[in-house]
Design a binder for this molecule. Structure first.
Ligand SMILES: Nc1ncnc2c1ncn2[C@@H]1O[C@H](COP(=O)(O)OP(=O)(O)OP(=O)(O)O)[C@@H](O)[C@H]1O
Length: 357
């Protein structure tokens, strides 16, 4: 196990000497605590795989250093870093048995057969492979083969880090749910530093204690699932996490007061020192129908099981809110109230007075 530090890291696939090049990962300082369960979450193309390959040693960063505890590993090969990686698609030896596939990384490191057997048995149990241990891997379904990859990634007790790169892509939906909880349970048992890379918020939020959210080559927030939900430091986080995501509305600050459509709105973050055009963020969970407030019109009602998602329009802007099952929904002209403790202002995407900028 190790604490992983990324120091002043940046990467471009182009020649930086050419000047104004595109950066796949922009300047980054990040520490992954020893033994933590992390997720790296962001949309396609935001730089997750680039960062993962830099940490595993497949890619040398254009700038910066990678430390495992206090050891600089920037120039070390993947093998020398002693990490395990599970990829999106199964990597298995078809001609070997399931048992031999799982035992492979242990044999490779010279572990005695007497020690290998209980370790393989334990990991096979966790990944539900026990009944197939004697079968040849070739006979398994895509699900089964990916479970072997997961088991192989998890079997070595001495690794510095286990990285999962969208590992559940080929797994069927029911098993996905089972494996997600199993991975979390497994982390709690072994406490190896684990990083789970995904674009799926449910996978990230179920697995991780700390989620690192990336957008456009940049880390926009690191936080617990609750922090990301309750205190988004960037409008991207508000919008990307949550279903539906945070409402982001144009607003202004005049004489220390936040205004939406010219109407004063009470907000949670300090805005007295700011002035001018900003964005107002409020999650649908914290918008209510109210006797007075922001005038709006209901445009759509969608049933989402225990609650409904209401679309409204106010001064040409869409505002969503959630209403519990059984609660009445007014029609025609309505008024909306924003919970003041959950209404925040952002400038250029970043929370005003927040930690980001
Ligand atoms: N070999 C490459 N050459 C040039 N540009 C690349 C290369 N690999 C990635 N990129 C670019 O770097 C940026 C980050 O890509 P990266 O694959 O790291 O993102 P990602 O978040 O992992 O996306 P995905 O989930 O789709 O794999 C993107 O703009 C991508 O087009």
């Amino acid at each position: 196990m190790a604490r992983i530090t990324l120091e002043d890291l940046a990467h471009t696939y182009f020649d930086p000497a050419e000047g104004d090049v595109e950066w796949a990962v922009r300047r980054l300082d990040l520490e992954w605590a020893d033994g933590g369960a992390f997720a790296l979450l962001g949309p396609s193309g935001c730089g997750k795989t680039t960062l993962l390959n830099i940490m595993s040693g497949l890619l040398r960063p254009t700038r910066g250093r990678i430390l495992f505890d206090d050891r600089d590993v920037t120039g070390l090969s993947p093998e020398a870093r002693n990490i395990a990686q599970v990829f999106q698609f199964p990597v298995v030896y078809d001609t070997m048995s399931v048992y031999d596939n799982i035992a492979f990384p242990l044999r490779n490191r010279g572990m005695a057969e007497a020690e290998i057997a209980p370790r393989v048995a334990e990991i096979a149990e966790l990944t539900e492979l026990t009944p197939m241990l004697r079968q040849r891997a070739a006979g398994l379904t895509a699900d089964g083969k990916q479970k072997i990859s997961l088991a192989r990634g998890l079997v070595r007790p001495d690794v510095n880090l286990v990285m999962f790169d969208e590992p559940l892509t080929v797994i069927d939906p029911h098993l996905k749910w089972v494996l997600r909880s199993k991975l979390r349970e497994l982390h709690q048992r072994v406490r190896t530093t684990m990083i789970y890379v995904t674009h799926d918020q449910t996978e990230a939020l179920t697995f991780a204690d700390q989620v690192v959210v990336m957008n456009a080559g940049e880390v926009v927030q690191i936080g617990t699932p609750v922090e990301l939900f309750e205190q988004p430091q960037h409008t991207f986080v508000g919008h990307f996490i949550g279903s539906p995501g945070m409402n982001v509305l144009p607003a202004k600050i005049e004489n220390g007061t936040a205004l939406f459509g010219g109407q004063p709105v009470e907000v949670a973050n300090p805005v007295a020192a700011a002035e001018g055009v900003v964005e107002l963020g409020i999650r649908p969970e914290f918008v209510r129908f109210a006797p007075t407030g922001i005038p709006a019109t209901v445009t759509n009602v969608a049933d989402a099981g225990r609650y409904r998602i209401i679309d409204t329009e106010s001064r040409g802007h869409s505002i969503k809110l959630l209403v519990d099952e059984g609660e009445p929904i007014p029609s025609g002209a309505v008024n909306l109230g924003f919970a003041p403790g959950q209404t925040r202002l952002y400038r250029d995407g970043w929370l005003i007075g927040g930690a980001g900028r």
